[in-house]
Write a protein that binds this ligand. Sequence first.
Ligand code: CA
Length: 473
Amino acid sequence: MTARRPNILMILTDDHATHAIGAYGSVVNTTPRIDEIAQSGRRVDHCYCTNSLCTPSRASILTGTYSHVNGVSTLVTPIDASQPTFVSQLKEAGYRTAIVGKWHMGEGPGHDPQGFDYWAVLRDQGEYFDPQILTADGVHIEKGYATDIITDLSLQWLESLEGDEPWCLLIHHKAPHRAWEPDEAHAHLYSDPIPVPSTFTDDYAGRASAAKHATMRIAEHLTLDDLKVEPPQDLTPDELALWKYQRYMEDYLRCVASVDDNVGRVIDWLGAHGVRDSTLLTYSSDQGFFLGDHGWFDKRFMYEESIRMPLLVSWPERIAPAAPMEQIVTNVDFAQTFLDAAGVDAHERMQGKSFLPQLTGSDEPTRDAFYYRYYENDDENHHVLAHYGIRTEAHKLIYFYSDGMGLPGSSPFRFAPEWELYDLEADPDELVNVYHDPAYADVREQLKVRLWELQAELGDQPHASQPIPALTS
Ligand code: CA
């Protein structure tokens, strides 16, 4: 067996939900080029983010740590970019390293990318057309469409490399983040009626106050700026909601279609240069997204559509194509998985676990549960309340503590704390909160203990209102 270290290529999109990817069984679009990664490798079915927001998820991916450790808990808590990351460790181990595209973890000294030989990033959320690009040399504008430009710059950097040392490249697309602006080449797609999810008219009955309080309903909260065209005048409220859904999804899926083409360009480049087999290639997104599920767009909540990340992995030299990987993994695990593949020791502060053994065929479980925490409380855009919880294979326990705790991006507004519990096998759509159901009393108390234990293991501070669970043996 050769000891050659793989190239590592992570394509990360923004807000691309699994249910808009063909390989995951999408009923709303096709993504043939993205699917090729799954066909030549593995689809990971239970990959979750630990804080469903762009900036925190990116920080967790890079540093292999939770938000309370890396300090990037909200959209407005910039990263201390001197922290160890899997990229800085790969660079120390001799890898050539680069990032192109969305950074969104702050700008300026201390916050710009570190540990990269080359970086060319969008500013803040970035623009779809003629984006500003920030590099070590300053800001310039690249004419064209962001998804194409990010791929162009990435391939240019690969073309510039000489010698045999492996490389690590992060291609971070803006798409398909709001404001969902497709390019001309894809503007004609998806104009036929798009299937509407079964939970589109969810009224949140029986759940904590947070779902009703949030302002991310397609029917009420999508703006004319989002929709870009005036709706017809004579629609009933229900018809208008469906009209908005169709407009939203058309643009979202058109942005995805451009991503798909550009993923294809990258795969073709790898093949043409003979490094497809020796490259660990991943496709993922910083978190999921509600595509009309529960009547919503956006993310933030600990519900499945929001926290579930797509993750497709291929590395033909090491990973044989196989059935989807079922074990639970998180964005905190990415760093150690990449380092494991490269044969580089993880940094001691990293809090995840390599799932390379599972990708290469191990049946070993990764963990029994993972911990989630969303810090922004009653944020000005979508008014989601601060919460945390755990998800096991079968259940999800959520505690809405609803306290901004003085964090930037958070409001001091408070609801009384509330719990939710879901039986994911009986109720995969998370419509029935069984927290108060006596039939679930044992499960509920066990999960509370496990939540408490995980907080202690990870070094996070439970909210002062969280009752100490009765310890069980
Ligand atoms: Ca995002």
